[in-house]
Ligand binder design. Structure first.
Ligand SMILES: NC(=O)c1ccc[n+]([C@@H]2O[C@H](COP(=O)([O-])OP(=O)(O)OC[C@H]3O[C@@H](n4cnc5c(N)ncnc54)[C@H](OP(=O)(O)O)[C@@H]3O)[C@@H](O)[C@H]2O)c1
Length: 412
C-alpha cells in the first residue's frame, strides 16, 4: 500500500482506450479501496467522461495536465504512487511524463508499441529510475502482454514438468478479431515517418535484440517469419504485424531474467492461415497486404490521403459491438534442448487492441501498485514478464477475460 494520496492516476483518461479503461475500473474491474484519479489535457472532456461513468466515480478527482507541462506532471506525480498513461503516440507525447516518473520514483505503465522510443527512454532514464526506485513498465497491452506473459507461463510449466525451460518457443496466432483505433494508426504512421527519414533507425527497427541490455549474451540467429509451411503446426504461416514489438520485448525479458529462459533463446511469432493451397494463398495475400500497406504509408502524399480520408482519426476506434465480439487465440509451442515439447494456449475475450488491452493495462497498474514488492523488484525498466508474477496472471484470468492453458506435454 502507499503513503501517497492516490494509488493510480490514469493519464489520457479521455483517449479511446483510456475511456474503456476508466469504465472498466469504475465497474467490473473495480479493485477494493483503490484510490484513483483521472488526468488529461482537457478539463471539459474529463468532466464529461466522469459524468458518463456514473455515480460510483463521482468522488474520483480530476487532474488537468498537458503532456509537455513538466510542472503539472511533477505535481501529479507528487500525489500518486503510479501513473498509467495512454497518451500516445508515445514517441511524440510520452517523454516528459516518463522522465518525471523516473526522476520522482513514481511507478509507470504504458501501452507503447514503439521499440525505438523505448530504447531511447532506457538509454536516457534508466539510471534515474534505478536511483529513484520508479518501476517503468512499457508494453502493457495487447503488445506485448499475451506474448510476454504467455512465454513466461509456458516456461514455468515446462520447468515444473521437465525440470528445465525451453530454449525455443514459437507463437502462432490461430484466430483474432478486432480493428485499429486512431491512436494506434497514428503511432504506426509516426514510426514509419521517422524511419523514412533515418537509415540508422531503419536498421535499429530490424534488430530483434534492440531492447536487450548491452552485454546480453543471446547471439543466436532468430528465424525470420515469411510465408512458409510450418510442419509443427501443420499450417501455412504469414508474418504477424505485432511481432515487430512482441519479439523485442520477449527477448528483452529473456535477457533480464535471472536465470534466463535459455542463454541462446529462440523466439518467433507468425500468423496461421491454414493447411493446403487455400492456406498458402491466404498467407501470400496477408504478406502482400502488409507490404502494400507499409509501401503506401512510406509515400508522404498517400500517407496524408489515407490518414485524412481512410483510417480512423485519433479518438475513434472499434464500436462497442466490435469490441465485445472481438477475441484472440494464441498457440505456443516450446521445446527444451532435450527434445521435450510443451503446447500452450492463451486466449482473450473482446477485441485485442481496446476491450482486452484496457483490462490488461488496468490490471498491470493495479498489480504493480498492489502485488509487486519494491524491495524485491527495484526501480528500472522492466518488461511485463520480468516485473509481474502469478498475481498478475490470476488478475488477468479472474478479472480481464484471459485464459492460460497447457494443451499437452511430451517428454523427449
Ligand atoms: N499496445 C497496445 O496493444 C495498444 C492498444 C491500443 C492503443 N495503443 C496505444 O495507446 C495510445 C492511445 O491509443 P488511443 O487509440 O486510445 O488514442 P487516442 O484516442 O487518439 O487518444 C490519444 C490521447 O492522447 C491525448 N493527448 C494528445 N496530446 C496530448 C497532450 N499534449 N497532452 C495531454 N494529452 C494529450 C488525447 O487527449 P484528448 O482526449 O484531450 O484529445 C487523448 O486522450 C496510442 O499510442 C496507441 O498506439 C496500444
Amino acid at each position: 500500500m502507499t503513503d501517497k494520496e492516490f494509488d493510480v492516476v490514469i493519464f489520457g483518461a479521455t483517449s479511446f482506450v483510456g475511456q474503456i479503461l476508466c469504465r472498466y475500473l469504475a465497474d467490473e474491474g473495480s479493485e477494493p479501496d483503490l484510490k484513483w484519479a483521472i488526468a488529461g489535457r482537457s478539463q471539459f472532456k474529463l468532466r464529461e467522461l466522469k459524468t458518463s461513468l456514473g455515480k460510483s466515480v463521482q468522488a474520483v478527482p480530476i487532474f488537468v495536465a498537458d503532456s509537455f507541462d513538466e510542472v503539472a506532471l511533477n505535481n501529479l506525480c507528487a500525489r500518486t504512487s503510479l501513473v498509467i498513461t495512454t497518451v500516445g503516440p508515445y514517441a511524440l507525447y510520452g517523454e516528459t511524463l516518463l522522465r518525471v516518473c523516473a526522476q520522482s520514483g513514481t511507478d509507470y505503465c504504458d501501452l507503447t508499441g514503439e521499440p525505438q522510443w523505448i530504447k531511447r527512454m532506457i538509454a536516457l532514464y534508466e539510471d534515474d529510475a534505478k536511483a529513484s526506485g520508479a518501476r517503468i513498465v512499457n508494453c502493457c497491452g495487447f503488445d506485448s502482454v499475451p506474448s510476454d506473459i504467455g512465454v513466461k507461463f509456458l516456461q514455468q510449466e515446462a520447468l515444473k514438468k521437465f525440470g528445465t525451460m525451453c530454449d525455443k518457443v514459437r507463437l502462432r496466432v490461430k484466430a483474432i478479431r478486432g480493428g485499429p483505433s486512431g491512436g494506434t494508426v497514428a503511432s504506426g504512421i509516426n514510426t514509419i515517418t521517422q524511419a523514412g527519414k533515418d537509415s540508422a533507425l531503419r536498421r535499429e527497427l530490424r534488430d530483434l535484440y534492440s531492447l536487450c541490455p548491452p552485454g546480453h549474451r543471446n547471439m543466436v540467429r532468430q528465424d525470420e517469419i515469411r510465408v512458409m509451411y510450418d510442419n509443427e503446426f501443420k499450417s501455412w504461416v504469414a508474418p504477424f504485424i505485432m511481432a515487430t514489438i512482441n519479439t523485442r520485448v520477449v527477448l528483452r525479458s529473456n535477457a533480464l531474467m535471472n536465470p534466463s529462459y535459455a542463454e541462446q533463446f529462440r523466439y518467433d511469432e507468425g500468423f496461421l492461415t491454414g493447411d493446403g493451397s487455400k492456406g498458402q494463398k491466404r498467407a501470400k495475400q496477408l504478406e502482400l497486404l502488409l507490404k502494400i500497406l507499409i509501401g503506401l504509408l512510406s509515400i508522404p502524399p498517400l500517407r496524408f490521403f489515407l490518414t485524412r480520408f481512410v483510417f480512423p482519426k485519433p479518438g475513434d476506434g472499434p464500436s462497442l459491438d466490435e469490441q465485445i465480439s472481438g477475441f484472440y487465440d494464441f498457440r505456443f509451442l516450446g521445446r527444451t534442448q532435450h527434445g521435450d515439447e510443451i503446447k500452450v494456449k492463451v486466449t482473450g475475450n473482446q477485441d485485442p487492441g481496446y476491450g482486452s488491452t484496457a483490462k490488461m493495462l488496468a490490471q498491470a497498474g493495479v498489480s504493480l501498485a498492489r502485488d509487486v514488492d519494491k524491495q524485491k523488484v527495484p526501480g528500472g525498466f522492466w518488461t511485463p514478464a520480468t516485473v509481474f508474477g502469478d498475481d498478475y496472471i490470476n488478475r488477468l484470468t479472474t478479472n480481464a477475460g484471459l485464459s492460460f492453458e497447457v494443451l499437452s506435454t511430451i517428454r523427449g
